[in-house]
Design a protein around this ligand. Structure first.
Ligand code: S3P
Length: 187
């Protein structure tokens, strides 16, 4: 017996969550499962700016980064079904939130502090964590500010120490019940 492929979402699936939540790793696997393109918004921002995110922060400042981030995400969301991993601050912009809420399915990968501290330790290149204050303190503060806002996502999936595939399964299962509803979101 063959297994039917999952129904295709009609809109982009947008992953939101803090640095280290696993948006890129989960997003890549999810895209494979739904046979959709995977796009990382931070990569697209770097392409648009012609330099790395730490360089954008250093040369132009965070406000300029947020401006490019908004515009890049707006463009990507208009490009149709895909899995889009966004940077941790993207959903904090009201304009980006409106775009995502109106034209995409949002999935918050909600992680606890220990998971975030452990995972962000594995790579550099995140200016907000290179400020001199301990990453744990910065992440805790960002959790306090951002988690109430992330709570507006269509789907919330807890992620922690489990294997990435387990998280992907959880997201895919949740998406199945949301995909018919996504047909009502205008592209
Ligand atoms: C940021 C998160 C980063 C990147 C930038 C700012 C944030 O992306 O967009 O360094 O404000 O949380 P990741 O969440 O993919 O690390």
């Amino acid at each position: 017996m063959t297994t039917a492929p999952p129904p295709l979402p009609q809109t982009p699936i947008v992953l939101i969550g803090l640095m280290g939540a696993g948006k890129t790793s989960v997003g890549r696997r999810l895209a494979q499962r739904f046979e959709l393109p995977f796009i990382d918004a931070d990569d697209e921002i770097e392409k648009a700016a012609g330099c790395s995110i730490p360089e954008i922060f250093e040369i132009y400042g965070e406000d300029a980064f947020r401006d490019v981030e908004q515009r890049v995400i707006e463009r990507l969301i208009g490009e149709g079904p895909m899995v889009l991993a966004t940077g941790g601050g993207a959903y904090m912009s009201e304009r980006t939130r409106k775009n995502i809420d109106g034209k995409a399915l949002s999935v918050w990968l909600r992680a606890d502090l220990e998971t975030l501290v452990e995972r962000t330790n594995r790579r550099t290149g995140r200016p907000l964590l290179d400020s001199g204050t301990s990453p744990r303190q910065v992440l805790q503060k960002l959790m306090d500010i951002r988690y109430p806002v992330y709570g507006g996502a269509d789907i919330i999936v807890d992620t922690g120490q489990e294997n990435m595939e387990v998280t992907v399964d959880k997201v895919a299962t949740n998406l199945q019940s949301f995909i018919p509803a996504s047909a009502n979101k205008a592209l």
